[in-house]
Ligand binder design. Structure first.
Ligand code: ATP
Length: 222
């Protein structure tokens, strides 16, 4: 049996984010990566305390609920609330070491956009992340891949363009992937909501409903 036919035991995709709020850019990217890389699942992990950036506007409970509603019904998409349950600053490395204990042999792929990759060397113990997982970096409009400097060197050193290799090695590579370019961001959405505009079609309908009913972003300009 080839590694590619072992889909149920295939790589575990991890999609972390503040998700303040979750939008079609996240969802479509996760969906395309799951299919393109034959991931067994994509685990959506909302950040509890992002530490290095402004605190989210929506509560952790509401962000969790928005992700739950957004992914409902999509086979392979799974909600994981461990970073919200954990106290202190959320660190990807802590999440990965827990997941590695739960899945000792499995390939784990951290999915992230090119903008997040641009800041990767500021992540806590970033070098150690490769002992736990691969990075799968999705293109994002406005964020060309690095062509020089330490990130470009890291990309060249760890490049893993072959999907079979992502399946057979449990960690250590960087795979860069084009996805449908969607110029949607949570920052733009929050601005749109504060201005009183309708987020329809930028977020799934149930997410739009909970945003409107809770008024979680409207409160920002009171
Ligand atoms: P903000 O504008 O608040 O920074 P964001 O839209 O970038 O939010 P995050 O929750 O911070 O969303 O992002 C989580 C992950 O999703 C990151 O790895 C980010 O690169 C990726 N991502 C977000 N939006 C897109 C998009 N439109 N296309 C591809 N990747 C995206």
């Amino acid at each position: 049996m080839s590694s590619m036919s072992a889909a149920p035991y295939g790589p575990l995709g991890i999609f972390g984010g503040t998700f303040d709020p979750i939008h079609v850019g996240h969802l479509r990217t996760g969906y395309e990566l799951m299919h393109a890389l034959q991931l067994a699942e994509v685990r959506w992990i909302p950040v509890g305390n992002p530490g290095h950036r402004d605190p989210p506007l929506a509560s952790a409970a509401l962000r969790l609920e928005m992700v739950r509603l957004a992914i409902a019904g999509q086979p392979g998409f799974v909600l994981d609330d461990r970073e919200i349950r954990r106290s202190g600053v959320s660190r990807t490395i802590d999440t990965l070491s827990e997941l590695r204990e739960e899945h000792p042999e499995r390939s784990i792929c951290v999915l992230l956009g090119m903008d997040a990759f641009a800041g990767f060397m500021q992540w806590h113990r970033w070098r150690d992340i490769f002992d736990y997982a691969h990075l799968v970096v999705a293109h994002r409009p406005g964020w060309p891949p690095p062509t020089e400097g330490p990130l470009a060197a890291l990309l060249a050193e760890r490049a893993m363009p072959d999907i079979g290799a992502l399946h057979s090695a449990p960690c250590g590579g960087i795979h860069v992937r084009k996805v449908t370019p969607l110029e949607v961001s949570s920052t733009d959405l929050r601005e749109l909501l504060v201005a009183g505009d309708d987020p329809r079609f930028l977020v799934p309908d149930p997410v739009r409903t909970i945003i409107i009913e809770s008024g979680c972003y409207a409160r920002a300009h009171e």
